[in-house]
Design a protein around this ligand. Structure first.
Ligand code: BG6
Length: 496
């Protein structure tokens, strides 16, 4: 459906996220003609600044971070509609002034009173800003005009804080007007998991414990912690990646087929499978997980310094930069099918993928190759950088004798589709505008995700440095991550 006219009110407008992703995504939407004719951006700053100054800074950001050549006329039109207004949650009257100024601006720009509040801020600002928005009456629906609230990750730091944040936000805005962003859902390859599974008849009959041996989810990065030391050292790989990004992949792969493509049906199915993740005791969590921290190393031409020497990281830090977990899902489809998850920084390769390992052929008819030596049957969903889906199976090596080798049949997006490079935020922002919540996280799914990782967080916190393995930057991660699968007679599909 066509987007309604509205005002987009951005908190954190001077920050990195707005410059790097939000404005370039708005630009791409503008260029594609997907912004409403009547639209404006209100950038909230703590200190009073002139709108011209904000526009100039956003234009600089756009030139640096645009994913396509910038057309000056489109950029000018977009940035012409940016207004800076100052408001600071520690100064409540400033939010009353914000309401008055916004109402005037809405009247002048004819945005119909529809408001999208986008909190592109550090997470500790979510509660104070939303409280003030609520108190000053900015979130109250008025004459049919909608109010939407967008929050970025991280959503809480554990189960208790996520529940508290949900309770707080839901006290101000109904669930269907809350948009909790997980940028993984903006990726085409992630959205395509639903289409691959449910627009084709051939996968679903084998998508279960009878045919699938186990599932591997890998999100490996080559980058180290960079300049995000203070955030990352308090966060770690598990919190940063698992209950959000890896669980998005897990839930799309493991959910039951929804019967309708709408936010309620899809999100209910995703939440149901996340709630079915077996919650281990702390003892079992320790036994079924591996955590590591990188030391100095070389990745290609880049030298990565020891994590503990990074800026704003404690020299005695026990924060994990790598996490691997074995999870079970307690339902009829997945009982007995382990899900192995791994994610880490400063690894030997950048690779995000889901690998579905099918069961071996049950019987060795070909004497030349014992069944154990046959290549493994995998369906590999490449999310990044390989945007592909590939099926790995055994084939006869041409020749007079029977000899067998593994081969691969691969679909690559770029062979079929021409897509202009994007930020990954276009679909998400567009969906906020049209009021479609499918690609956003619902409160129950967020809480189910945190509940499943909580025993790992608790066990690791108590274990401190015990069990934290150091791996050199550029390597495959801690050796115990291989052992985690080897003890089940399995191995990761490929080293990193
Ligand atoms: C972010 C994390 O949410 O996701 C980062 O905070 C991480 O630490 C990033 O690097 C990974 O995203 P992507 O899209 O590069 O896989």
């Amino acid at each position: 459906s066509a987007p309604d006219r509205y005002a987009m009110v951005i908190f954190g407008v001077t920050g990195d996220l707005t410059h790097r992703l939000v404005i370039p995504a708005l630009y791409n939407l503008a260029e594609a003609g997907l912004l409403p004719e009547t639209f404006c951006v209100v950038g909230i700053t703590r200190k009073e600044i002139a709108s011209e100054e904000l526009r100039a800074s956003l234009m600089d950001g756009l030139k640096r971070f645009a994913t396509r050549p910038v057309r000056q006329d489109v950029a000018d039109k977009l940035l012409y509609c940016v207004t800076a207004i100052s408001a600071d949650p520690s100064d409540p009257p400033s939010f009353d002034r914000l309401r008055e100024r916004l109402e005037k601006l809405e009247a002048a720009r004819h945005t119909g009173g529809n408001r999208l509040f986008y909190l592109a801020t550090p997470p500790d600002a979510f509660a104070p800003i939303s409280s003030e928005l609520g108190r000053a009456g900015l979130l109250r629906e008025d004459q049919g005009a909608w109010r939407r609230l967008v929050v970025e990750k991280p959503f809480g730091t554990d189960l208790a804080s996520a529940k508290a944040l949900n309770a707080h936000l839901l006290g101000l805005v109904p669930e269907h007007e809350l948009y909790r962003i997980d940028h993984y859902l903006g990726k085409e390859t992630v959205q395509n998991i639903l289409v691959m599974r449910f627009a084709n008849g051939m996968f679903e009959p084998i998508w279960n414990r009878d045919h699938i041996d186990h599932v591997q989810i890998t999100v490996a990065e080559t980058l180290g912690v960079g300049h995000r030391g203070s955030f990352y050292d308090a966060t770690g790989a598990l919190r940063d990646m698992v209950p959000n990004h890896l669980f998005q992949l897990l839930s799309l792969v493991a959910m039951e087929p929804p019967s309708q493509f709408n936010a309620h049906a899809v999100r209910t199915a995703k939440s149901a499978v996340l709630s079915a993740i077996q919650i281990p005791s702390e003892h079992d969590a320790l036994a079924n997980s591996v955590r590591g921290q990188y030391s100095a190393g070389q990745i290609g031409d880049t030298t990565i310094e020891d994590y503990r020497k990074s800026r704003n990281v404690s020299p005695n830090s026990t924060t994990e930069t790598y996490a691997a977990l074995k999870l079970n899902i307690d339902n009829w489809r997945w009982a007995g099918v382990p899900f192995y998850l791994r994610t880490g920084k400063a690894l030997g390769a950048k690779r995000t993928e889901v690998a579905i390992k099918f069961k071996q052929a049950p019987f060795a008819m070909f004497r030349c190759t014992p069944v154990q030596q046959l290549s493994q049957n995998y369906l590999v969903i490449g999310i990044e950088p390989a945007e592909s889906i590939s099926l790995q199976f055994n084939s006869k090596i041409p020749g007079p004798q029977i000899a067998i080798d593994g081969v691969e049949m691969t679909f690559r997006y770029k062979d079929y589709f021409k897509v202009a490079p994007s930020t990954g935020y276009e679909t998400l922002i567009h969906d906020c505008m049209i009021g479609d919540n499918i690609l956003f996280q619902r409160a129950d799914a967020i809480e189910a995700g945190w509940a499943a990782v909580q025993p790992f967080l608790d066990g690791w916190r108590k274990a401190g440095a015990d069990g934290l393995q150091i791996y050199p930057a550029g390597s495959n991660g801690p050796a115990d991550a291989d052992a985690l699968l080897a003890r089940d007679g399995r191995s990761w599909r490929e080293p990193l």
